[in-house]
Design a protein around this ligand. Sequence first.
Ligand code: HEM
Length: 423
Amino acid sequence: MHTPASLLLAARPRTQERLYDFYEEMRTADDFFWDRRLDAWVATSHAVVSRAAGDPRLSSVRYPDIEAVSEELRPLARVLSRQMVYSDAPAHSRLRALISRAFTPRAVAMLRDRISGAVDQIIAQAAPTGRMEIVTDLARPLPLTVICDLLDVPEGDRGALASWSDPIAAAIGSSRLDTDHNCSASQSMARMLAYLRDLLTRHDIPPAPHSLRALLTAKAHTDQDFDELLANCALLLIAGHETTTHFIGNAAVALLRHPHAADQLRRQPDLMPAAVEELLRYDSPVQLMLRRARHDLDLAGRTIAAGQVVLLVCGAANRDPAVFPDPHVLDFQRPGGRHVAFGYGPHFCLGAALARLEGAIVLKALLTRLPGLQLDGTPLQWQRSVNFRGLTHLNVSFTPPSPDHDSVTRACIESAGHSHPLL
Ligand code: HEM
């Protein structure tokens, strides 16, 4: 058995182009190995990734010793340590409970009309031109609009939130996992928190009834640790933004490269929920989860020393042939439900229902409202990251509809009465 290549190489543009072959070679060499360059264990099999993600012997705390973090990044590390995704029980359960009520399937279903409205607007703008850059025009603005709607953020402030969220996501998604090179992320986080503090305590614009902001504003006056609340609001903005952007881009490109699968979905819209799950499995926006051993322990036959980092490569686990036969085939009829694109165990993605809904609405719109949709031939460029998988741009072309085509298409869809749980 030869030593697997370092996972660090996954961030290289050439590796990104053949990422899943790279993982396969890695898994074949050793599916759970010590990566000297990253100073971490790397797990690529579905069995180890899913077992370890929920193993209480492994901690999600990102910065166990804040004082050891570089001075520039320390303020950012302090905020991240208050976020549920980087905390363990019992703090984790308390932090998750602060906002989970806003993400129940029922609460999320109520957002459907607003998401459809936002997608309709973007598509209507692009439709007459026959061209679209899906990442910039649709995949980036939509998730931010949805989270800002949830938080009831005034329109005029949304651009600033996006500009703060990007450097933070970049620092977290950097190929240097314990990054010390991005102090603009720290500054952006400070600005975002100051903004959220103001939003949740201002009286001049009352929160919309039943909005997440209404729920949080009520808590702002009773909660002992307002800083925790703010840190977790910031988490929603960051976690729900970059990830969903990548999901939309990755799913769109997968469909464009598999026209038969796209046609199948046009013909059988009831397949949409299964398609969303398969597209999440096939090209997962979040490639990596990080855990740290609380004490010396045995895991899948390896001895992990206290404090050592374990990287759980969900993107590789989702292509593990032991669980997904023919893993590189996009198959909407695959018996599913076991992918780990949203993680596994107590930290399972809080925004999963929302991300699924956004994905389903966008894909339906792309497939039904832009006839002749195809890649425009520009080479694809993947973001340089080990943690996230996503395109920097996705240029497509389509046939601009004749003036009344749009209304006819809509009438056809509506009269066909296609309905399923998501749409
Ligand atoms: C397709 C889009 C998304 C993907 C692939 C994704 C993926 C993930 C993954 C893998 C985790 C687990 C992290 C871990 O265990 O270390 C996670 C957690 C989380 N996600 Fe998502 N996510 C997406 C969208 C969203 C959205 C839209 C929101 C909210 C607006 C959100 C909020 C969260 C939160 C708050 C957590 C932490 C949960 C906890 O620690 O208990 N995510 N997500």
